[in-house]
Design a protein around this ligand. Structure first.
Ligand SMILES: *Cc1c(COP(=O)(O)O)cnc(C)c1O
Length: 268
């Protein structure tokens, strides 16, 4: 599952010896987060490690290139405009350094896999399908037409995760996840859509509850989903503050920003 190309020895070298101070900082963050993931897995007797998606929102393309140099291949963004521009800038820079065109670099897997984790809007679906390998925030049926149409231009199906709202009381105007009861229906419709692939589930822990309890409910929803859709194995959960609880609850993908890259300026 872990598609990163780094190892700890390489990260330690970068942390201690790289000429660029920002690269040293990011290497230190990556090492610390990897240690936390390994410790959390050991604590619950888990052998397979989840993949680490580094959430790069608000950080510049240069930091994504640094992550690439450190072996990271999965990054996440939550705003379309920022993501599309950054993905293009990163691909260009990687291609320029390798002396080839961006299409080739993308095709041989040497470039980044972009995960869109922000709120999804129909009118931005085309943009997301242009740069993203996966969209984590599918939460209503009205997005299907736009996503399927946008995915029609792609070589690979677009992985879509159903975002689940784990709050115990979901406000009527909720944007940011489907109610648990709605997941099965949305998943069936996704799985039946050409060009889209049902990847699994995504959630953010509610603020007013222990993450472990919320993630336990997510694990149960995932178990039920896989009875009907065994291929929908992704469970995207866990951020800087609650990654340990997510590891213990069986998350396959963690989305970590702050604790790898540092504080964001804008409070997002
Ligand atoms: C920003 C963000 C993250 C990462 O959060 P950190 O606290 O920076 O680790 C994860 N998931 C989503 C949906 C986000 O918007």
């Amino acid at each position: 599952m872990d598609t990163t190309l780094f190892d700890d020895a390489r990260l330690r070298r970068a942390r201690d010896e790289d000429a660029d101070p920002r690269t040293r900082e990011i290497a230190a963050g990556l090492l610390a987060v990897r240690e936390r993931i390994a410790a959390a897995a050991a604590a619950c007797g888990r052998i397979d490690l989840p993949a680490l998606i580094v959430v790069t929102k608000t950080f510049p393309a240069e930091d994504v290139v640094r992550l690439h140099d450190l072996g990271v291949r999965e990054v996440g963004e939550n705003k379309h405009q920022e993501a599309a521009a950054k993905a293009a800038a990163v691909e260009q820079e990687l291609a320029r350094r390798a002396g080839r065109d961006p299409q080739e670099a993308a095709a041989d897997g040497s470039s980044m896999r972009w995960h869109f984790v922000g709120q999804l809007q129909s009118n931005k679906a085309r943009s997301a399908a242009g740069y993203a390998a996966a969209v984590h925030s599918f939460d209503r049926g009205s997005l299907l037409t736009a996503l399927a149409r946008a995915a029609g231009d792609r070589r690979e199906p677009l992985d879509c995760l159903v975002q689940v709202d784990l709050r115990r009381e979901i406000p009527a105007d909720s944007r940011g996840g489907a109610a648990p009861e709605a997941v099965a229906g949305l998943a069936d419709r996704l799985a039946a859509s050409e060009g889209l692939r049902l990847g699994g589930l995504m959630a953010v822990a509610p603020l007013d509850e222990e993450p472990a309890e919320a993630f336990a409910r997510l694990a149960e929803i995932s178990r039920r989903l896989r009875e009907d859709h065994p291929e929908a194995r992704m469970v995207s959960a866990g951020m800087s503050t609650d990654l340990e609880a997510a590891v213990a609850a069986g998350a396959t993908h963690l989305r970590v920003g702050r604790d790898v890259l540092g504080k964001r300026g804008t409070g997002r």
